[in-house]
Design a binder for this molecule. Structure first.
Ligand SMILES: Cc1cc2nc3c(=O)[nH]c(=O)nc-3n(C[C@H](O)[C@H](O)[C@H](O)COP(=O)(O)OP(=O)(O)OC[C@H]3O[C@@H](n4cnc5c(N)ncnc54)[C@H](O)[C@@H]3O)c2cc1C
Length: 454
């Protein structure tokens, strides 16, 4: 079967190699020119490319099944195994057992996937922008690129969160803005320097009143610092300026420890994040039909969630895995594949999207000054925070954190969590500037008013 894959992000790369290894002729189309060097890749079409990523076990398990040589390559590059669920077995150093995630830069993961795709005999990579889908007699027959066309029996649209290919075919997406906006920067530890203080599987997390700080450890001594602020708080928009970000990094104790010039030096500019949304869009049209048989949407083209939980590559590759199983089962019956994939995503992925809708709405309300209402079912973030008071909750919370149990599983501990909040307890706030003090620091570090959009 001739397949065109639109988009060579993690979704498109894994899908292309996996289909080629099943005997398909695959054309992988993306207009990104690729890495300039091992350490430099501009990647204009993917806003989040250099922002911190951590890779969950669900993503790595699919990579191990479909592109196993990438696992060893990543470990050789200094990627570090991690286990998100504290109740699961801890990872072994230097080995990536099933059920284990990775701390690694997104650039490094994607570069290794791309290397394999480029060597794969059944995959041809075409550097072009797809202008639209081609159809005849109600079926997809390929894609339009520039003045030319690529013919195919099957078109996979893995064009990411802002891809426009196939727009208008599916029923409108469900979407809501995330509560937080990102600004981050990558650093490298100096030779012989120890990492800074750690309290999380990612590296370190500090919850402040009005903003959150995360240090993501990556591969080979590289780490990212991230400040997630309320999207509604325009006073912190100026954090995207280097002077303001550096001043904040010196003032926030966790960041000050990690970014001490004696310990580490920056290797990227300060990276502002674009607008973030939780989105879900199934495969079907308004009438519940497969809109253009022979077209399948995968990855961020189906579901995006607040990146603070680092689920995107996992939910993307879980779709790829399910799609491959359905192709094995249904062969050239693409309608059956799409209907079954849509039903699976609705059952297994949409609950994560809905979980983020609820937690983002609650987070936005709290950042706007609302208190927790213990008479209402707690959102998942409040359940996770309550483990600080009652660590036995981790029995149920751990599998949720590790995504081996769905969001609904947390209902089992709601009564205990409500009791905790009804007692007046609230999640502890880390030492450091208040959000107002941070805003003052930003305005005194940025001489001109910050007019850039969040
Ligand atoms: C700030 C941020 C941080 C994140 N952190 C994490 C994390 O820690 N862990 C995690 O698992 N996920 C994280 N994610 C989510 C993750 O980045 C996405 O889930 C992932 O990029 C999805 O991969 P994809 O291949 O579906 O899409 P993309 O990575 O967006 O790739 C799409 C590709 O399609 C190409 N393309 C688009 N249109 C066309 C066209 N017309 N013609 C040709 N090519 C086209 C683009 O050039 C691109 O290469 C984060 C997201 C954000 C925004």
């Amino acid at each position: 079967m001739d397949t065109v894959v639109v988009g060579a992000g993690p979704t498109g790369l894994v899908a292309a190699v996996a289909l080629a290894r099943r005997g398909h002729r695959v054309t992988l189309v993306d207009d990104d020119p690729g890495p300039v060097t091992d350490e430099r890749w501009v990647r204009r079409g993917v806003m989040q490319f250099h922002h911190p990523h951590a890779f969950r076990a669900q993503a790595l398990d699919v990579v191990r099944a479909e592109v196993p040589e990438v696992i060893g390559a990543l470990l050789a590059r200094g990627a570090e195994p991690m286990t998100v669920d504290p109740t699961a077995a801890p990872p072994n150093d230097g080995e990536l057992a099933p059920g284990t995630g990775l701390r690694c830069r997104r650039m490094v993961v994607e570069r290794e996937l791309r290397r394999v795709a480029d060597r794969e005999p059944g995959v041809t990579r075409v550097p072009a922008r797809v202008r639209g889908l081609l159809a005849e007699r109600g079926r997809a027959t390929g894609v339009r690129i520039g003045d030319g066309r690529l013919d195919a029996d099957l078109v996979l649209v893995a064009a990411g969160r802002s891809g426009r290919v196939g727009e208008g075919l599916r029923a409108p997406e469900e979407s809501s803005a995330c509560a937080s906006a990102y600004v981050s920067r990558q650093y490298r530890l100096r030779p012989g320097a120890e990492p800074g203080p750690q309290n999380s599987v990612l590296g370190a997390v500090a919850l402040h009143d009005g903003y959150t700080v995360v240090v993501f450890r990556h591969d080979a001594g590289v780490f990212s610092t991230l400040i997630a602020r309320s999207v509604a708080d325009r006073r912190l928009v100026g954090l995207r300026h280097e002077a303001a970000f550096d001043a904040a990094a010196r003032a926030i104790p966790l960041l000050a420890a990690w970014t001490d010039p004696a310990r580490a030096h920056p290797i990227t500019p300060v990276l502002p994040g674009g607008r973030l949304h939780n989105t879900y869009r199934g495969q079907l049209d308004d009438a519940g039909r497969v809109p253009l048989p022979g077209t399948v949407f995968l990855g961020d083209a189906v579901c995006t969630t607040n990146p603070i939980a680092g689920r995107g590559v996992a939910t993307s590759l879980m779709q790829v895995e399910r799609f491959l199983a359905l192709v094995d089962e249904h062969g050239a019956d693409h309608v059956a594949t799409v209907l079954a994939l849509d039903a699976w995503c609705d059952e297994h992925l949409r609950p994560w999207f809905l979980d983020h809708l609820a937690t983002d709405a609650a987070q936005a309300a709290r950042w706007a000054g609302e208190d927790v209402d213990p008479t209402r079912p707690p959102t998942s973030d409040l359940v996770v925070s309550a483990t600080e008071v009652d660590p036995t909750l981790m029995r149920v919370v751990g599998p949720y954190l590790g995504m081996t149990a769905p969001p609904g599983s947390l209902a089992a501990v709601h009564p205990r969590v409500r009791e905790i909040y009804a007692s007046g307890w609230r999640p502890s706030v880390a030492e450091g500037p208040t959000v107002g003090e941070l805003a003052e620091l930003v305005s005194s570090s940025v001489p001109v008013p910050a007019t850039a959009r969040a």
